[in-house]
Design a protein around this ligand. Structure first.
Ligand SMILES: [Zn+2]
Ligand SMILES: [Zn+2]
Length: 75
């Protein structure tokens, strides 16, 4: 009895995981990490490309604001 119940539960969990992935309605939008210079407040700057502020040459530090924004790549 217990064995049968356990098997059923495991199968259900696997199915739920796949369904959740498919139901992700945000297929058109993606997120990217940006940052704002703490020295001159310029932004948003690309977190992966711009290590230094292009305006005041300030290097990204702990005081700089790092955030994630959504954007539409098809636009
Ligand atoms: Zn700056
Ligand atoms: Zn800074």
């Amino acid at each position: 009895m217990p064995g049968k119940h356990s098997s059923s539960s495991s199968s259900k969990t696997s199915s739920s995981f796949g369904g959740k992935h498919t139901s992700s309605s945000g297929s058109g939008s993606k997120t990217k990490t940006v940052w704002y210079c703490s020295n001159c407040r310029i932004g948003p700057l690309n977190y992966h490309i711009d290590e230094y502020c292009p305006d005041c040459q300030h290097r990204r530090c702990g005081a700089c604001t790092v955030t994630t924004i959504e954007y539409d790549p098809r636009r």
